[in-house]
Design a protein around this ligand. Sequence first.
Ligand SMILES: Nc1nc2c(c(=O)[nH]1)N(C=O)[C@@H](CNc1ccc(C(=O)N[C@@H](CCC(=O)O)C(=O)O)cc1)CN2
Ligand SMILES: Nc1ncnc2c1ncn2[C@@H]1O[C@H](COP(=O)(O)OP(=O)(O)OP(=O)(O)O)[C@@H](O)[C@H]1O
Length: 200
Amino acid sequence: MSSAVTPSASRQQIRQQIRQQRRTLTDEQQRHFATQLLQQCQQAETLGNAQHIALYLANDGELDTQPVIDWLWQQGKSVYLPVLHPFSKGHLLFLHYTAETRMTLNKYQIREPQLDIRLVKPAHQLDVICTPLVAFDASGQRLGMGGGYYDRTLSNWHRHQQGPRPVGLAHDCQQVDSLPSQAWDVPLPEIITPSRHFRW
Ligand SMILES: Nc1nc2c(c(=O)[nH]1)N(C=O)[C@@H](CNc1ccc(C(=O)N[C@@H](CCC(=O)O)C(=O)O)cc1)CN2
Ligand SMILES: Nc1ncnc2c1ncn2[C@@H]1O[C@H](COP(=O)(O)OP(=O)(O)OP(=O)(O)O)[C@@H](O)[C@H]1O
């Protein structure tokens, strides 16, 4: 990476480059990777031992999580999705998600459950939060879309190693050698890709 770029500029460049790369995956590749992800997840103890699991719905070339969600539902697990907090900027709420949940589009055009207070699950009551990411490196550092949403959600895990365990989900092509990190970045203890299960 050019030394002329500031750390934040290079993060922005990595974001653009990897987002571009994952958007070029064909529908067939996406389906294949989603099936492989399901197989990896079915062997992951972290998910097997969890009852309350937050996931996300794929957007912008992200790894499709629907097969994993269907499997978790079949297993009788409770699944939650992130919803942009209506007042608290940069924060997420997690809402219970079933096949009947009424959905809407948020300001980023990502599908999310319609806000209904009765469906909100306080984040500390979740067992696992599967996090989307744009890029990750060989030490589990993650770079997201740039809103700081998951950094904020996971800051408690970072400080005290308690609360829901974060598990990153990503395409293999989202791995980079090393990411320029910031103080608030939360390194992930696990990342699952279609071909590998990284643990640090
Ligand atoms: N599937 C999915 N859901 C998610 C996330 C995610 O990364 N993936 N998030 C993870 O944090 C949160 C949403 N964060 C986002 C942050 C920025 C942009 C985005 O597209 N920004 C535009 C410009 C901003 C705008 O349009 O206002 C861009 O970068 O082009 C999208 C989502 C919550 N839900
Ligand atoms: N724990 C935190 N508390 C307060 N502000 C934070 C926290 N974490 C991140 N931020 C702010 O959020 C902004 C975006 O952070 P960053 O670029 O690291 O997001 P990201 O990791 O790419 O996004 P995301 O976590 O949503 O996937 C930064 O400007 C930072 O100041």
